[in-house]
Design a protein around this ligand. Sequence first.
Ligand SMILES: [Zn+2]
Length: 431
Amino acid sequence: MSPLRRCLADDLMIKATGHGHQSRTIKGMTLSRTFLQDIGAKVADKKCFCFATDKATRSFLVRYDWDGQGLQIPSINNFRDIGTHVNLTATNNGKTLTDRMSKARHSTNRLRWLPLPLEFKQKIVQANILPAGLYGCEAAWVNKSCLKAFRAAVANALGPRSSRASNEVVFHNTTASKDLDPGTYILLQRVLTLRRTLSKYPDRISQAKSIIGNYNKELLQDPSTSVLSTPQGPVALLMHSLQECGATLKDDLNIVQPNEPNIDLWHMPWQHLKSAVEEIAANARTRVGTVARQHMKDLNEIDGVIHKKILHVLGPKERKIFNHISSGAAWSEEHKLDIGLSDGKCKLCGANTTDITHVTWECEHIHIHRHIKPYVILITRACQLTSNMACPKPCQVMFKAPIGGRDRPMVRTLVPTPAMLLVFPSTMQMI
Ligand SMILES: [Zn+2]
């Protein structure tokens, strides 16, 4: 039962578990020191530290005299190791990751002011800022307030420059191949790391399943206890991330979420797993947005595939306008009235405005400048069109150019359908 040794570059870790772990650790450490001194190396005593999960061992190691001449090595309970942060306490601590996120946040703030096209900035965030700022997030606790600030910095760099913009919509409006939300990145990395680890070490599958089973059992026995608020280890960290998105990891390695098909983490093809996990995070993000923002009320889900297709056919300028309006970044006259900066009337046509739909669809002054004019559609009162039923017979429908337009009205005989009400919500009138 010799202690376990791990050597990485100029680092040496000696680890022992079970009965007699104290004596075996000390023996291993002393022999290693002697060996290194014998081959002419110098051990950096001030860089050495020891750690223990057992409280008694920890206090014993603090007092232990290592060389018989009063050399003491400090005993610590959290430290940076192989890129991430090892935490041996029951509290959440991921200092290494917090420092990385802070550094990445500062880089993102600088990126915001660089005179680069938006597509370039998205590529920099995807290839540089997210991997650097969240390196090691699979195995370390992510500080909530630091993540919030980092997320806001990324949204500010990629989205409209307005304090009103919704971060949730800004992340939906990116055209990069991957979701650029740091929250999505963390969830994805945690899922993929578990899958990779289990593929490489199949003997760990039963261990992972048993950890998931134990956490789920505790949650089932007493749902009020937030056992996942202090997750221990990568599997529990993944369960915590999924819980935040309204999903659960079952001990058969299925990700279960209400009203959605299960995602089999172990058997799903690798290329589909990524998009399926990104969708979990994107749906959770939309739900947050609908609660937080009035203009997104009743929007339960955004179809990511269609949304991306629409964004790709827009030009850079149009995409900016789309992003500005859909994220709620625009200030309507009504919003300005609330803070005393407007009289509530449209500056261009003088009409009373309620929200941003006036400028987007209804302003007659803006219609004059449009190449494709939104026609005013006039249908006769005899038409029996309702919001959920088409008119039973063909009717005469007059398409009239808005005020300022020079086109002549055109009359067509067709069957008015409810779809027309959706496409032309504010320009359809009965005559
Ligand atoms: Zn107007």
